[in-house]
Design a protein. Structure first.
Length: 455
């Protein structure tokens, strides 16, 4: 770090020094990690080039399994995107003060991972040039058109919801002069943090927090409907809409916790991602692991009692057949491990929540696998020989490249924008302590006077 930048950074208040340091100080570990992730990303791009050049015949996709890993990743990444917008918005609306440290990192996850999820159906196309056919030859009865519309609206709303609360911090960086003043001057759009501007900003944030909640819910509901509105075994179910929304929030909480642990360690943010944050987020993870078990049990129970032959072929293929390993690994990752760990207060720590969250992320990916593949290879009609699916190295390479690309882009974002909201930290110290005391006093009944007690 140059001496002039170090001097400017040292002149800032303590919060700003800590939270802006990652923007100007980069360690060798960052470059090593970025190089490894960049290499994986390039390998994934090479695999995709071969797929486009040689066609989908180079993948494991076949009849009757037309989707495979790409659609699994599509549902998975769109689910992870609920980490920021939905969870952050709910915490803002409910005035949960402990949210202040985590909302920015969560909102970045939403915007960045949403793009990687949206490209998965394009990767799944043998002819990517036909992408715009869904718009040029749109059919209002097609859930695919609903999907394109809802994801486009969700990405737009999430980007605005990320950018608007970041404007005061962009103005702080602009005024500090520590990095590319012209760039942050443009992004800060003349913000000066006057009382009028602050009031207007908070009013807009409040409106956005309410608006994005139904948009986020609609996105994964529609993705669930893409499955549910077909007559395939174990897809044609009314539970899929809320089931997918619940699963999206579940995996989103796990993604936030993983990001919190990594950012806490990498940038020395122990004072911002505190034990209480991991305790509260661990409680949410525990709650959603129970909800996940309820929805999953309800889905399989109704299929079992219906005992339709096509349904039962898929049912037993998951529980005891060729898909038993991914099915029970899903149950282990989504229910057994998070329930066992997060039900203990001593395990709702950075290390404990990290283990549980990694298990949930793996389990939720396997859940999407167990939804997509077993049904596809067990169609409703009874085939002489069942279909099969095993992903090729091309698909696995693109999968790895997608994950690496998201992580790399998230790392780069932390070098341009503060990952914890500076102005919200300041506001929390200066105003919220008093506001919370007043709010709590408003919840309680008025104290009884002595004469009323005696009566």
């Amino acid at each position: 770090m140059r001496s002039d930048i170090a001097a400017k950074l040292a002149s800032l208040p303590p919060d700003e020094q800590v939270l802006l340091r990652p923007l100007v100080v980069t360690t060798s570990r960052f470059y090593i990690a970025a190089a490894i992730l960049g290499g994986i990303l390039l390998w994934g791009l090479f695999a995709y080039y071969l797929q486009v050049h040689k066609g989908l015949g180079g993948t494991g996709l076949n009849r009757p399994e037309y989707w495979g890993i790409y659609i699994i990743d599509f549902v998975f990444f769109i689910g992870i995107s609920h980490a920021g917008t939905l969870i952050s918005a709910i915490l803002r609306v409910s005035k949960a003060e402990w949210r202040r440290s985590i909302t920015r990192s969560a909102e970045f996850i939403t915007v960045l991972v949403l793009g990687f999820g949206a490209i998965q159906p394009i990767i799944d196309l043998g002819r990517p040039d036909r992408l715009f056919n869904v718009i040029f030859h749109a059919h209002l009865r097609s859930p695919l058109l609903w999907d394109v519309t809802s994801i486009g609206l969700y990405f737009t709303a999430s980007t605005i919801y990320l950018y608007i609360p970041m404007i005061p911090d962009l103005a702080i960086i602009r005024d500090s002069g520590i990095k590319a003043t012209w760039f942050y001057t443009f992004l800060a759009i003349g913000y000066q943090d006057t009382p009028t501007q602050r009031a207007r900003l908070e009013r807009i944030i409040g409106v956005l927090a309410i608006v994005v909640i139904p948009i986020a819910i609609s996105v994964h509901t529609i993705i669930g409907w893409i499955f549910a509105m077909t007559l395939r075994p174990m897809w044609h179910s009314t539970i899929f809409g809320p089931y997918f929304v619940m699963g999206a929030i579940f995996s989103g909480i796990a993604a936030i916790l993983i990001a919190m642990v990594v950012l806490r360690r990498a940038y020395g943010l122990e004072n911002y991602f505190k034990p209480i944050h991991f305790d509260y987020m661990g409680r949410l993870l525990l709650l959603f692991s129970l909800l996940w078990f309820y929805f999953t049990f309800a889905e399989y129970l109704t299929a079992f009692y219906g005992a339709e032959p096509a349904e039962m072929r898929t049912f037993w293929a998951k529980l005891t057949g060729p898909f038993a390993v991914p099915f029970w690994a899903m149950v282990l990752g989504c229910f057994v491990i998070p329930l066992g760990l997060m039900s203990q207060k001593s395990m709702r720590t950075p290390r404990g929540t990290l283990i549980a969250s990694i298990a949930v992320v793996i389990g939720m990916w396997l859940e999407r696998y167990n939804i997509v593949v077993p049904t596809s290879v067990n169609p409703r009609w009874d085939m002489e020989s069942l279909g099969h699916y095993f992903p090729s190295w091309v698909e696995l390479s693109i999968l790895a490249g997608t994950f690496a690309g998201f992580i790399l882009l998230y790392m780069i974002a932390t070098k341009f924008f503060p990952i914890v909201s500076i102005w919200e930290m300041k506001e929390g110290r200066e105003q919220s302590v008093h506001e919370v005391a007043v709010r709590v006093a408003g919840y309680l009944p008025e104290p009884l006077v002595a004469s009323a007690r005696s009566e």
